[in-house]
Design a protein around this ligand. Sequence first.
Ligand code: GTP
Ligand code: MG
Length: 370
Amino acid sequence: PEAITVQELANRMAARGGEVVKALFRMGVMATLTQSIDADTAELVVQEFGHRVKRVSESDVEIGLEGAEDTDTDLQPRPPVVTIMGHVDHGKTSLLDALRKTDVAAHEAGGITQHIGAYQITVPDGSKVTFIDTPGHEAFTAMRARGASVTDMVVLVVAADDGVMPQTIEAIRHAKAAGVPLIVAVNKIDKPGVKPERVKQELLQHEIVVESLGGDTQEIEVSATQRINLDKLLEAISLQAEVLDLKANPNRAAEGTVIESKLDRGRGPVATVLVQKGTLRQGDIVVAGAEWGRVRAMLDDKGRQLKDAPPSLPVEILGLSGVPAAGDNFIAVENEARAREVSEFRQRRARDKAAAAAGAGRGNLTDMLA
Ligand code: GTP
Ligand code: MG
C-alpha cells in the first residue's frame, strides 16, 4: 500500500498537523509530522475526520475529501432508493403493499416475502426501484444524525380526506434538511367527496409547489386500496430518478448502511443492509458499525439466497459478531485482521464519545450545584 506523511495527510484534509498526530496517538500509532503512515492507517484517520476515502484499487488508497468519489468511467446507473413518509393513517403501509404487488419479478420468487425493512421491485419496463419501509420519522432522524444518507427521494403520502397534518409537515422538513426531492402522493382519492385540490393549497403554505400550480414538485393522485394510478406514481419516481442521474461503481469493495438489525434466536445477529457502493458477496468480510464477521448467507426480501448484491439492493446478512445499529455504516474489508482493526477503532471511538458525553454531564451537574 501507498504511504503518506502525516503532514501531507493533514494538508489534504485541511486539518491541523497536531490534530492528526493526536488522532493517530489514540489509535496507538506514534508518528511525527514528517513520518509516513501506511494507506490503511491513513484511511482510518480520514474516516475519523469525517471525510471519505477513495479506494482506487485493492492495494492503492487515495485520500480525498468529501466528494472525491469513483471516477465517471467507474460509475454505472443504479436503481433509486425511495422512502415513503407521511402522517399517521394516511396510507403509507397500504401504498407500500400496493406497490409491492406491482413487482413483475415477485411471481418467480414463490411468494415467500420476508418482512425486512426494505425491498426492491421490478417495474413492468424492467427497471428497478428500492423502497425503504422502516423509517417512521424517528428512524429517518436517527439515520440522518449518524450521517447516513440512504434515500434518494421521499414519497410524501397525504390523505385527501385529512390534508396536511403535523407529521406531513415534519416529513417536509426532514426531506428539505436532507436535501432530498419530494414526490407528493395524494392518497385515498377513491373516498367520496374528497378534495385533492385542497391538499395542493395546504402544501403551498409549506413551500411545496406542485406542478399543476406551476411548481416543480410532482404530484400524483392515488388510491392505495383501489390501486388507482400506481403506474403513474412509479413513472414519477423513475422520472425523478432520471433527473438525479443515480450512479454507483459496482466494481469495488461494498459499502453501505445498516437499515435495521435484530438478534434472531436461530440465526444469530441479522442485519438488513443497503448496498450503496460496490458489490457485496457471500463470504465477504464486513465491518458493520463496530461489529464484524464473514457474510455466511445473504438473502433478498423474497427470501432468496444471493451470491452477490449490487448497489441499491437491500439484503439481509448473517454472520456478524453482534447486532449493529440502524444507520451504522458497513464496509467490506480485505481480511479478518483489517476487520478487527476497524472494529476496535470504532469501539474505541464510541467509548471516547461516551466518556466525553459523561464528562460533559458531570460538568453540567457541577455547574448546577455551584
Ligand atoms: P401508520 O403506519 O399508522 O402511520 O399508518 P399508515 O400511513 O401506514 O396507514 P395505513 O396504510 O395503515 O392505512 C390507514 C387506513 O387507511 C387503513 O384502514 C387503510 O385501509 C386505509 N387506506 C389506506 N389507503 C387507502 C385508500 O387509498 N383509500 C381508502 N379508502 N382507504 C385507504
Ligand atoms: Mg404503517
